[in-house]
Design a protein around this ligand. Structure first.
Ligand code: G6P
Length: 621
């Protein structure tokens, strides 16, 4: 989620690090920092909140000597957006400096232990424990200390470390977080993303999980032999991870968004979840007997799924409204009501206005937000970050998955405080833990795209996947219905919204049961319907709706559960998703819909990442 660059060689490191960071910055990082060791091995440490582009003059005036350094651009997840929380982080003596991308799950335990041993911490981040662990084990050889430190951490990391006590060296390591080494004549780089080094070298080595690399000014080694690869991406492609559009990159990151949201938060043996951001209000939450969820756009659809989850499994009466309506409705609330605000950006004016209205009434306010330090996260009483990473495409995709996973966790959290038993808690948690892999399976229907970030050749826009073929088949239609029931009714709305946002086609989402009350009048052979009908408690009802459409000559594409062969006889096309708990199906059923909208928009040659008339964050009411 953050960006890392490191350089060691014969040239001044600072300008190379700076240009590397600038190449990553378009993603909207919130703070950055450098550490360069000079000829006397003294560190030059510089950290700042804001954008590099806002400080270009100041940065270009800095006199920084040194041929080895590391740099980082941060997207806050643990700890606010402050200079102290920006990387590089350092040990007690300011001898060792480290940049990190990922999440250290067990940082609280490690931090407590290290504090008892006398370590002094200067930030709120999870990252800082790693550099103190390295300090603890350091006996003159940096890679050895890194190796020992990493044995104690749980979670994900891509790190680059330097030390004035073992200079002329960068030690890099990774686990489930991308890291590549750039190899050039007499110089070596390390980066989390090819975009950061592509203008410098195209010869790279992909570091694998659990590998440690040591870069020196004139050589490098990894703990095993690795083949050299050539990056074929253009710098523009590299910014998008080799994908033609940010939206596709972000759809491909949907499994990871779920994984990041749940990482370190599930307690399987207790059938429960740990949500650090709610600790301060946990007693108040016990008293709550009514919830109001407020959101806009795609986040509103996540909130609607949350409504079904919270009522069915947490047993709490829940209502959902869009920000722009809620505040004018004169809502009736009392002290036992809590209001939950769902927003990717945390800056949507309509949602914020509703939040302020509720605060004035003295209601407990909770935020579900992606952007750390956003207005929403500052103004709510408590909250949970979705940790989806920066989302660039205007149409929200991966952030939606982070919101759904967070709402599922919130359901277990509140449910376990109330009537939900251990068995049910365990069941939801164990199924939720499987969702990232099931989501990966769904994306396998896009084989060209299903590679990991180690794939360094350009990824073509269209391959031959089932969903792309469907998009090709339906690209000349001008109108689409999306239907679903219960948990997948909001997903029908989301599928329709995504299609209209980026393809400019007319699409509407409607509850299956509502068809007969009006929409059926529009059905004919020119108005196809996408019916979300996994094998769940409303499956039979959905089949009746599909029959109503077929009887009127309409075309139907079904999103159905794997193994349901019967449905093929009834509909024109089927997209299969794996089986899971009914309340979690939206996290799988929405993926083909996002992908379908993307493929249609590409075929229709629309500006996928920046659709006309729309903005990523609507900061005016
Ligand atoms: C805009 C974006 C949507 C987004 C909505 C809510 O309309 O184009 O993609 O869903 O705002 O944004 P939020 O940041 O509050 O989730």
């Amino acid at each position: 989620m953050c960006g890392i660059v490191g350089y060691i060689g014969k040239k001044p490191a600072f300008s190379i690090l700076l240009s590397g960071l600038k190449r990553l910055e378009y993603r909207g990082y919130d703070s950055y920092g450098f550490c360069v060791l000079n000829q006397q091995n003294e560190p030059f440490l510089y950290k700042k909140v804001g954008k590099i582009s806002e400080a270009e003059v100041e940065l270009s005036n800095l006199k920084v000597n040194g041929r080895v350094g590391i740099a980082h651009t941060r997207w806050a997840t643990t700890g606010a957006v402050t200079e102290a929380n920006a990387h590089p982080h350092f040990d007690c003596k300011k001898d060792i400096f480290l940049v990190h991308n990922g999440i250290i799950e067990n940082y609280r335990e490690i931090k407590e232990k290290l504090i008892k041993e006398g370590h002094k911490f200067t930030s709120e981040t999870d990252t800082e424990v790693v550099v103190h662990l390295i300090e603890k084990y350091f006996q003159g050889n940096l890679e050895e200390a890194v190796r020992k430190a990493l044995k104690e951490v749980r979670g994900t990391y891509g790190i680059a470390v330097i030390s004035k006590k073992d200079p002329e060296k960068i030690v890099a390591a990774r686990l489930s977080s991308p890291l590549i080494l750039g190899i050039n004549q007499d110089e070596f780089l390390v980066a989390s993303d090819p975009a950061a080094i592509i203008t410098h070298t195209r010869q790279v080595i992909n570091l694998d999980d659990n590998e440690i690399a040591v870069l020196r000014p004139d050589n490098f080694f990894i703990l095993k032999e690795k083949p050299l690869t050539t990056i074929e991406w253009t710098p523009e492609e590299a910014e998008k991870g080799g994908y033609p559009h940010f939206m596709l990159k972000e759809i491909m990151e949907e499994p990871e968004a779920i994984e990041n949201a749940i990482r370190g938060r599930l307690i399987p043996e207790e059938g429960s979840v740990k949500l650090g951001g709610l600790i301060n209000v946990s007693e108040k939450l016990r008293e709550i007997n009514r919830l109001i969820l407020v959101a806009c756009g795609t986040a509103f659809h996540a909130a609607r799924v949350g409504e079904y989850m919270l009522e069915e499994y947490a047993g709490i009466p829940t209502e959902v409204d869009i920000g722009s309506e809620f505040r004018y409705r004169k809502p009736i609330v009392d002290k036992k009501t809590a209001a939950i605000f769902v927003s990717q950006s945390g800056e949507t004016a309509d949602t914020l206005a509703a939040l302020r209205e509720m605060k004035e009434k003295g209601i407990l306010t909770i935020g579900i937000t992606n952007v750390v330090g956003s207005t929403q996260s500052r103004e709510t009483d408590a909250g949970v970050y979705t940790r989806s990473g920066p989302e660039i495409a205007v149409a929200s995709t991966k952030a939606f998955l982070g919101q759904l996973a967070t709402l599922a966790m919130l359901t277990v959290y509140l449910g376990r405080q109330k009537e939900m038993g251990l068995v049910m808690g365990k069941r939801i948690i164990s199924e939720l833990a499987k969702i990232p892999d099931l989501a990966r399976n769904v994306l396998k229907s896009a084989p060209e795209f299903a590679e990991t970030s180690s794939h360094l050749t350009p990824r073509s826009t269209l391959s031959n996947s089932a969903i792309e073929k469907l998009a090709e088949k339906y690209k000349d239609f001008k109108n689409f219905w999306f239907i679903g029931r219960k948990y997948n009714q909001p997903i029908a709305l989301e599928g329709a919204l995504k299609l209209k946002e980026i393809s400019y086609l007319h699409a509407e989402g409607v509850a299956g049961g509502e068809l007969k009350h009006g929409p059926l009048a529009l059905i004919d052979e020119n108005f196809p319907t996408i019916a979300i009908c996994p094998s769940d408690s409303v499956y039979e009802k959905m089949i009746s709706n599909i029959q109503e459409i077929k009887a009127r000559g309409g075309l139907v594409i079904a999103i159905a559960t794997e193994g349901n062969e019967e449905i093929k006889k009834l509909v024109d096309d089927v997209i299969y998703i794996p089986k899971t708990l009914e309340m979690l199906t939206p996290m799988l059923s929405v993926i083909p819909l996002h992908f379908f909208a993307y493929c249609l928009a590409v075929l229709l040659e629309k500006d996928v990442d920046k659709p006309r008339n729309l903005a990523k964050s609507c900061t005016t009411e």
